[in-house]
Design a protein around this ligand. Sequence first.
Ligand SMILES: [Zn+2]
Length: 319
Amino acid sequence: MSDTVKELHEKRMKLWDESIENHKKYIDESTGLFFEKYTKDRVCPVCSSKNEIIVFNKEGGTYVKCQNCTMIYLNPVFTDKAIVEYYQINHTNQSGVVESDTDNFYINIYNNGLDSIKEKKPNLNNILDVGCSSGTFLDLAFERGISTYGIELNQAEFEFVKRKGHTVFNELLNNVVFDTKFDAITMWDVFEHIIDGEFYLNHMSSLLSKDGVIFLQIPSSDALAAKILREHCNMYDGLEHVNLYGVETIKKLANKCNLEVLSIKTIISEIGVINNYLNYENPYLGNTKNKEFIPNLIDEEKLLETLQGYKIQVVLGKK
Ligand SMILES: [Zn+2]
């Protein structure tokens, strides 16, 4: 493993530790769960069923599985008031990780995503990136001659993106009145944070131009790594990742919002992480010396082909 990859891993782990540290003041030590005053109960965010089983507890939160549609979600979740306060106090700065991207890990992912969008919407005049962070994706879109719009709630990142020349808003998506419709609306690692995904999908759909598309990148509860590692998998943080869609559940939600799936794929095998875990190591320490065993059992290409990669990328269009 190169030093830069190791550094990236270490930066991600530091962010993770900070984020988990932030949970502590919300947790009732006698139960290990969040104090009830911060939370509310809910039904399945995809099919509205109340029929759920507990999968595991993680850092104060409880993940459940819907017995009707298989959706994995946090229940209870933070109330609207508590979650706004939480993000105001505890914004972890993901942009630092993206900016130290010397191996072009994120750049390649963004470029591939842009290619998937263009495949379904070739004449792409403008793009709105919701939760644009430091604007790296918007920079790439701009380089390709696309007009760029962003939404970013974090004040410092908002200012940063604005200075780069993108049109950016420091408000919730549903509070902004746009003077244009969009050929593409993207959400990179944001949709899993949204409690009412149905509302947001419907709203984004209403902002699309004719033949416009929605692109989502989300962690997948169908990922082999997630299923093997379960509560040890870092997609389950217990608080911020409230909805963990899988391949079928994201399709089901899209369908409910009158959207059709134009393309769907998964990226990032996480074979190294699985390998570490099955060799009794810290799964997120980077590739350890136990290299051979698991990779030989798992065909990486097949894993991605069968949609068991760590993240789903889906392009949706209006029916
Ligand atoms: Zn359900």
